[in-house]
Design a protein around this ligand. Structure first.
Ligand code: BG6
Length: 489
């Protein structure tokens, strides 16, 4: 039975800050990712507290900038994609990729972020990368901002709390969309725009200790408003510069389940879902949902938003909705006595019916189908799964091979559920990019040992290794999936 439409965009996704390395080469300025320090996670408990892993103050930033050490700042070396991109893209093309999602490191183009003139060497680098993709018939899908605001915008301007960031960002968007107008047709504005609440430093460039703790949530929502306006303007600019471009928003999509059928738990689930939908509602419908405005009102938040901002948002909705999906979580009104586990930069109530990954993320392929149905019914716009994958410890066996059947099982079950969503539920799905087709540094824990790829990279948590690439068992498996357009599962 044919589940996937012709022209379905199969591929994989990475982000500049987690793989490029070369943090000071080619005129690049430091970004927030370059001061993210690796700390050996002592226990699962450390991983439960994402703020502990990602928050950073001025003193820690100054300390980080005073050293060139890459050992404890893994995103400074990544997998050295900067120097290996030709080899890496050739390997991805070997699986028959139709699309390759990657981000542009903003601070390669504008090292400080507030310059008028872009850095030509940075622009040239991405020209070369996109040319390499197109050479193999692979469409680039480009994220404009994936947890990598230039650090200077954080320390000098207070990150996205400052309205000026809208101008700096839109100037950057104008430059990149003009430059790559003939090479890139698929764009995403902010990766997981909702994550500003979970890790305000990485997403919003906010240093928490600079603000009154009582008012910090209001600060986050103000920064988020600036990102909404910037995202709408990015849609507008991209359409002006590339009339046939498609621009999407990007969400962290978690499927929430009520822990029991108690109405209190069901209500809790509805409220939790709204915490996710408020981002896509705003970017798809072009206006704040009433429930979010009510929350601001009830909490006494005064988010500064002009009539012009609201007009810009209304006039420039996104063309499609993209999202990451890794797991589902349970929610309950009364959580006492319930087991907790980790989710993607969140804590979750454990679902007794689901297995979990080595990092505690609950594995739920049907949850992906539920997400697809919910999003399509809500928006009636094309969807794109731009991240889905299993972080695991991979070991090389006595024959020098990596038998990652666990990854094959995970991906194969999720792909089947996508197929059902398309074939049985009528969902319009543009494509699927796994996270990540090649091993890279973990976003949340900065570990290299949390591996996602079809391609193994010989680097450890401290940046030691040959950086040699090697195909895992899943490489040939995914190649077959693409070759058969997903109908062989
Ligand atoms: C997504 C992010 O939420 O999750 C990626 O967009 C990230 O940047 C991915 O790498 C997986 O999370 P982690 O923490 O395992 O790297």
């Amino acid at each position: 039975m044919k589940m996937f439409p012709e022209g379905f965009l199969w591929g994989g996704a990475i982000a500049a800050n987690q793989c490029e390395g070369a943090w000071k080469e080619g005129g690049k300025g430091p970004s927030v990712a370059d001061v993210a320090k690796f700390a050996d996670p002592q226990s699962q408990k450390d991983l439960l507290d994402i703020h502990k892993l990602t928050d950073i103050d001025d003193e820690a930033i100054a300390k980080a900038l005073a050293t060139d050490d890459e050992t404890y700042y893994p995103k400074r070396h990544g997998i050295d994609f900067y120097h290996h991109y030709k080899e890496d893209i050739r390997l991805l093309a070997g699986m028959g990729f139709k699309v390759f999602r990657l981000s542009i490191a903003w601070s390669r183009i504008f090292p400080h972020g507030d310059e008028e003139t872009p850095n030509e060497e940075g622009l040239q680098f991405y020209d070369d990368v996109f040319d390499e993709c197109l050479k193999y018939g692979m469409q680039p899908l480009v994220t404009m901002s994936h947890y990598e605001p230039p650090l200077y915008l954080v320390t000098k301007y207070n990150g996205w709390y400052n309205r000026k960031l809208i101008d700096f960002f839109t100037h950057y968007v104008d430059v990149i969309t003009k430059r790559y107008q003939d090479k890139v047709k698929y764009w995403l504005t902010f990766n997981e725009i909702d994550s500003i609440i979970r890790h305000p430093f990485m997403t919003g460039g906010l240093i928490e200790s600079r603000f009154d703790p009582e008012q910090f949530e209001e600060v986050e929502y103000q920064a988020m408003h600036h990102q909404f306006v910037a995202s709408a303007l990015a849609v507008k600019i991209t359409h002006q510069n590339i009339p046939d471009a498609k621009v999407g928003c990007m969400l962290t999509k978690v499927t929430f389940y009520p822990y029991t059928c108690k109405p209190e738990d069901v209500l809790e689930e509805r409220e939790k879902m709204r915490e996710i939908y408020c981002y896509s509602d705003t970017q798809v419908f072009g206006e704040y949902p009433q429930y979010l405005l009510t929350k601001y009102h009830n909490k006494g938040y005064h988010i500064v938003m002009s009539e012009e901002d609201l007009k810009i948002m209304k006039e420039n909705p996104v063309d499609f909705i993209s999202f990451s999906y890794y797991s589902s979580n349970c929610v309950a009104k009364d959580t006492s006595g319930l087991d907790v586990t980790t989710g993607n930069t969140t804590m979750a109530i454990k679902n007794p019916y689901l297995p979990s990954s080595q990092w505690g993320w609950q594995i739920d392929p049907i949850g992906l189908r539920i997400s697809l149905i919910d999003l399509y019914d809500r928006y009636h716009k094309p969807l794109f799964v731009v991240e889905n994958g299993l972080g695991a410890i991979d070991t090389i066996d006595e024959n020098g091979e990596i038998q990652d059947d666990y990854r094959i099982d995970y991906l194969s079950e999720h792909i089947k559920q996508m197929g059902y969503a398309i074939h049985d539920d009528g969902v319009e799905l543009m494509g699927y990019t796994t996270w990540a087709p090649i091993d890279l540094v973990s976003n949340s824990s900065n570990q290299m040992s949390k591996r996602y790829g079809f391609i193994y990279v010989d680097v450890d948590d401290y940046g030691h290794g040959s950086y040699k690439r090697m195909k895992k068992k899943s490489y040939d498996w995914y190649k077959q999936v693409i070759e058969h357009n997903g109908d062989n599962l």
